[in-house]
Design a protein around this ligand. Structure first.
Ligand code: NG6
Ligand code: CA
Length: 517
């Protein structure tokens, strides 16, 4: 045991030395490669964290990351929904390049193929221990998934040493956790079956029971198998002993995460902590219920803030604060009613989940992808920084590779740029352009924004859309951050430039060159 520990420590020191040589030879870096804790939240909007300016909801633990580090004001997930954002984050490839990367079903097959370079494989290449805990939503298994045996492929096949997952989303079956390829707490005499195409569950569905008998009513969709008094998308039978309790989910995954930190304190680690909060169904633990005054959406934010506090405290306790890069961000913009009657619309009051931006989840407007991004790494980033650089999560792969001295194999991470300096706050510009995936693909180039013609989700509450007429709209975010005034006619040359760049990016042009990175 003691020998193992010494070996691990020696290994860790060895890796840090190798990494240090790599970073010293690549430029003016001064700190050895850090541990990486990526806190990836679900449906959290730019305005949902108090450090981004709102006064309606206090998130002191999340704000601490910004106060002790850097707050980005123009950082984006790649898409306005979950699956494509996660795909791009991990693979460094825009999701629109691979069919089948839209919002995944609960029984979807693994979307990222084994052999694909991911942030996790890059970090493993240089000796990091890697883990993912929480929401996955990138599919598992191959063919018809049998939830009663080891499910392969799984995150292990794309670089994660450890996984403890909510397989898809809280509102989709199967409502069980999967750890190292197997459903947790499964009784083999009560096997699980899952279907999204045929009704296999004979018990009354969410559509058939009196609404008041449900813990939380559905407003659209979400009316099939009932688990923990809440009806979900999809049908599920069996696995009674393995079914999760929504109220305990945040505690469960946070405990797994703090254990991971403890167990890997002596070696460089990458932990992808992917919360269910604040996705629907929002059913926080009773100790948070009713505490925000904004309904259960706000209460789920308080719960999320608590989880972040637990992780930050654990880093302090383990003496890892200085050498751990903590990143807090979100997978898409905010939404109010997203299929359950949880009074998110009614109780939002003056709270602006999208901050000053237009629309949120599902939208091509800025609110769809402009999300909080807070970064703390005391060894490298001075406290209290703010950056307006254009940041895309699709750049994590190449930036992390540059940070630790990992090599990106040819043809991999093709959209990912090394934007490490922008990410860490020393380059004020960031990416020159960024695709924004929603039902139609929008494009940022500097402060300009092109939204192609078509129907675009607008607002955050009841489903409303706006039609962008041909040939598309141009917004100047410098003067009009809320995208209210189409200036295509006033700047025809800029409009054409963005349209052309949009076409080139769609057809695979204008990609970064990793050679020599
Ligand atoms: C939608 C669901 C929504 C949410 C979303 C995925 C309905 C009516 N709506 O189809 O509730 O689950 O998919 O959200 O079923 S995401 O954040 O994981 O992308
Ligand atoms: Ca999401």
């Amino acid at each position: 045991m003691i020998v193992m520990r010494h070996l691990r420590q020696l290994g860790a020191i060895g890796l840090r030395v190798v990494g240090l040589v790599a970073v010293l030879t690549s430029g003016s870096r001064s700190a050895p490669p850090p541990n990486i804790l990526l806190i990836y939240t679900d449906d959290v909007g730019y305005g949902d964290v108090s450090c981004n300016g709102q006064q309606t909801l206090k998130t002191p633990h999340i704000d601490r990351i910004a106060a002790e580090g850097l707050r980005h004001t123009d950082a984006h997930c790649s898409a306005a929904t979950c699956t494509p954002s996660r795909f791009a984050l991990l693979t460094g490839r825009y999701a629109f390049r691979q069919p089948g990367t839209g919002i995944a079903r609960g029984d979807a097959n693994m979307i990222i193929q084994p052999g694909t370079t991911t942030v996790a494989t890059l970090l493993k290449q240089v000796g990091y221990t890697t883990g993912v805990i929480g929401k996955w939503h990138l599919g598992l298994g191959k063919g018809e998934v049998d939830w009663n045996t080891e499910i392969r492929p799984n995150p292990h096949d794309i670089g994660f040493d450890y996984h403890y997952l909510i397989p898809a989303t809280g509102d989709r079956v199967p409502c069980v956790y999967v750890e190292q390829g197997r459903v947790v707490g499964l009784d083999p005499s009560d096997p699980i079956q899952v279907s999204f195409t045929k009704r296999i569950d004979p018990s009354p569905s969410g559509a058939e029971v009196p609404p008041e008998s449900l813990k939380q009513r559905w407003s659209h969709g979400h009316n099939q198998t009932i688990v923990n008094g809440i009806s979900r998308i999809g049908w599920m039978t069996g696995g009674q002993s393995a079914r999760w309790v929504d109220e305990e989910m945040a505690d469960t995954i946070t405990a797994k995460a703090t254990t991971f930190l403890e167990e890997h304190r002596d070696e460089p680690f990458f932990l992808f902590f992917s919360t269910h909060d604040i996705h629907v169904p929002r059913v926080p633990h009773p100790r948070f219920q009713g505490k925000s005054g904004l309904g259960w959406r706000g209460d789920a934010m308080l719960q999320l803030d608590w989880c972040v506090g637990q992780l930050l405290n654990k880093l302090d306790e383990l003496g890892l604060r200085e050498q751990t890069l903590v990143i807090f961000t979100s997978d898409n913009g905010p939404v109010l009613d997203d299929g359950y009657v949880d009074q998110a619309n009614e109780l939002v009051g003056d709270h602006r989940p999208n901050g000053p931006f237009r629309a949120g989840k599902y939208s091509s407007f800025e609110g769809g992808t402009r999300v909080p991004m807070l970064i703390r790494w005391p060894q490298r980033i001075p406290a209290g920084q703010v950056s307006a650089a254009l940041i895309g999560q699709v750049d994590f792969a190449a930036s992390v590779a540059a940070l630790v001295g990992a090599e990106i194999p040819a043809g991999q991470c093709i959209d990912s740029r090394n934007e490490l300096d922008a990410l860490l706050g020393t380059d004020p510009h960031g990416r020159p352009h960024l695709m924004h995936e929603a039902r139609n693909l929008a494009l940022r180039m500097g402060h300009w924004k092109y939204v192609p013609p078509g129907r675009v989700r607008d607002g955050l509450g009841p489903w409303t859309t706006v039609d962008i007429p041909r040939p598309g709209a141009l917004f100047d975010l410098r003067q009009d951050v809320a995208e209210r005034r189409d200036v295509a006619d006033e700047h025809p040359e800029v409009f054409v430039k963005l349209q052309r760049l949009h076409e080139r990016l769609l057809s695979g042009g204008d990609q970064p060159d990793h050679v020599g990175q």
